[in-house]
Write a protein that binds this ligand. Structure first.
Ligand code: NI
Ligand code: MN
Length: 227
């Protein structure tokens, strides 16, 4: 599997046939991204929550590609109202299955106003099994103790973890989160996109690798980690 870091919280998991895009926020909306919505061709789109830095390109991209979308039920209903077809609408604890694996919606502590001002609440983390590899996209969240429980239920190979602070946990709390999740590999995200979330990813890497058993892979936007 290839994990392409598009930038901010946007990733694409791919085995060539299935292309799973998480939180579509692309250029020029996403100042970190090098590719626009015209440059991606997802078969599936998974969404953590409705903030603009996670869904700015979602509706037009879903309509153009016909990709199957997965989002918490209120956000899924909003997508229906926008004319997006092929939407799955789980709630926390729900698992949606595909030919490449599955995604389970898990807890994240955050808020949930849509770009049009609609307050839908509900913000998820995504535990994804892609071809037998478990990837946990934490979504936007602060540190919370049940990260440990989530990873205990489904051991995590690769954690995609926010470290930027201000809107999510910062790099110091994320070291504790990395310890709780216990993934083999941690890939930091949701930092350096905007001034309030500037942080030192190399310092995060040094702290995680000295205090936990995880290894940190820092990806620049556009770079890919292959398993
Ligand atoms: Ni957010
Ligand atoms: Mn965000």
């Amino acid at each position: 599997m290839d994990i392409n870091f598009i930038g901010h919280a946007t990733f694409e998991l791919s085995d060539g046939d299935s292309r799973v895009l998480i939180d579509p926020f692309l250029a020029p909306n996403n100042p970190a991204a090098k590719v626009s919505a015209d440059d991606v061709d997802p078969t599936h789109i998974l969404v953590t929550h409705g903030h603009a830095d996670h869904v700015a390109d979602l509706v037009p991209l879903a309509k153009r590609t016909g990709a199957q979308c997965v989002a918490l039920v209120e956000l899924a209903n909003w997508l229906d109202e926008q004319g997006v077809e092929n939407v799955s609408d789980p709630n926390y604890g729900g698992t949606v299955e595909f030919d490449w694996g599955w995604v389970k919606m898990v807890q994240a502590f955050h808020t949930g106003t849509l770009p049009d001002g609609t307050v839908v609440g509900g913000q998820a983390g995504l535990v994804i099994n892609f071809g037998g590899t478990t990837v946990y996209h934490l979504g936007d969240t602060c540190l919370f103790g049940d990260l440990k429980l989530i990873a205990e239920r489904t051991p995590v190979d690769i954690a995609l973890m926010p470290i930027g602070g201000h809107y999510t946990m910062d790099r110091h709390d994320a070291v504790v989160a990395a310890d709780f999740v216990g993934a083999g590999t941690v890939i930091p995200m949701h930092y350096n996109t905007f001034p309030p979330i500037e942080t030192d990813a190399e310092a995060f890497k040094a702290d995680v690798e000295s205090k936990t058993s995880s290894q940190v892979v820092i990806l620049e936007p556009g770079e890919t980690h292959s398993t």
